[in-house]
Write a protein that binds this ligand. Structure first.
Ligand SMILES: Cc1ncc(C[n+]2csc(CCOP(=O)(O)OP(=O)(O)O)c2C)c(N)n1
Length: 297
């Protein structure tokens, strides 16, 4: 039987997100996979404003607002409280941006993972602090123009590579770690449902293209998300209790196909694109090796 995505929706159609927002698609698929017995904790981020002001809402599950740096601590507390009430089957989900995860919330995330709570931590990765006006984050890739790494007369594009947050989680031996993206909803939903079977903390990094901050036309969100995977710029993988599995695109493409679709990269020279290509190839080779050798204890 082919895998099918649950039909039931837990996100209402109305919200205040930008057109083509990848982060709204991520939330929609995560909730489809988990169902109604789910509590979501959201820190300061785009998702904190997407539901709109009271009495509006867009989720059909409870949502808690959390200070920017505290998503990990909040899901630990929610888990303890629900368990105390005998609600061990409820899913507790932290749903935070990349700034709130791989920068300011890192210690709180790491603590929650270390305490071994039975929770999901989902980082929707739009590769920048988008809610406050497209500032660079640790997860912004090399080469991108943002409002704090602007490109005009001077070319101050981001000079550092994207932080490897999923690798940090694997290094910490989090029982379940995966990457996913909205162009492959079956993969995303299947991974969430797989993860649900694992007791303990689960970490997801979901690439969520942002038309407003990556400067592309809103109807291209799924296409850009697919290109990120086909060009190996955002590899999809799953790590379950020490076993690492990489999704391998059948027709890999060069990075240019991905970069040229987004105005945050259009200033790059051929040499700089070549640098990104070599970095991407090295990273891909490293992941293939990881799959072959598997992680050692
Ligand atoms: C302690 C603290 N510092 C700064 C802010 C301002 N702030 C609110 S949302 C945000 C950006 C969040 O970026 P990210 O976590 O990547 O989520 P996104 O906005 O991209 O969805 C910032 C800097 C805040 N709310 N709290």
């Amino acid at each position: 039987m082919p895998f099918s995505i649950p039909k039931e929706e837990f996100m209402e159609p109305g919200n205040t997100a930008c057109h083509g927002c990848g982060a709204t698609m991520s939330m929609r698929f995560v909730l489809k996979a988990l169902g109604k017995d789910t509590v979501v904790s959201v820190p300061a981020s785009c998702w904190a404003v997407i539901p709109g002001a009271m009495p509006n809402r867009t989720l059909d599950v409870p949502m808690v607002y959390t200070p920017f740096a505290a998503t990990g601590a909040s899901i630990s507390g929610l888990r303890e409280a629900l368990d105390e009430q005998g609600k061990e089957d409820y899913n507790v989900v932290g749903f935070a941006g990349d700034g709130g995860t791989s920068d300011i919330g890192l210690q709180s995330l790491s603590g929650a993972m270390e305490r071994g709570h039975n929770v999901f931590y989902i980082m929707y990765d739009n590769e920048g602090y988008m809610n406050t006006g497209v500032q660079r984050s640790g997860s912004t890739p090399y080469g991108a123009a943002t409002t704090t790494t602007p490109v005009g007369k001077y070319r101050h594009f981001k000079r550092q590579n994207k932080k490897m947050i999923a690798d940090l989680m694997m290094a910490q031996k989090v029982p379940y770690v995966a990457t996913a993206t909205v162009a492959y909803p079956e993969d995303l939903v299947r991974k969430i449902q797989n993860a649900r079977k694992i007791q303990g903390p689960k970490f997801f990094q979901i690439l969520s293209p942002c038309p407003t901050g990556w400067y592309f036309s809103p109807e291209k969100t799924v296409e850009i998300s697919r290109l990120a995977v086909q060009t190996h710029m955002f590899p999809l993988f799953e790590y379950i209790n020490g076993t690492f599995k990489l999704n391998k695109p059948s027709k890999p493409l060069g990075v240019r196909a991905y970069l040229e679709q987004q105005n945050r990269f259009t200033h790059l020279t051929d040499e700089e694109i070549e640098e990104i290509q070599s970095h991407t190839d090295e990273r891909w080779a490293e992941l293939l090796k990881l799959e072959k050798d598997q992680l050692t204890a």
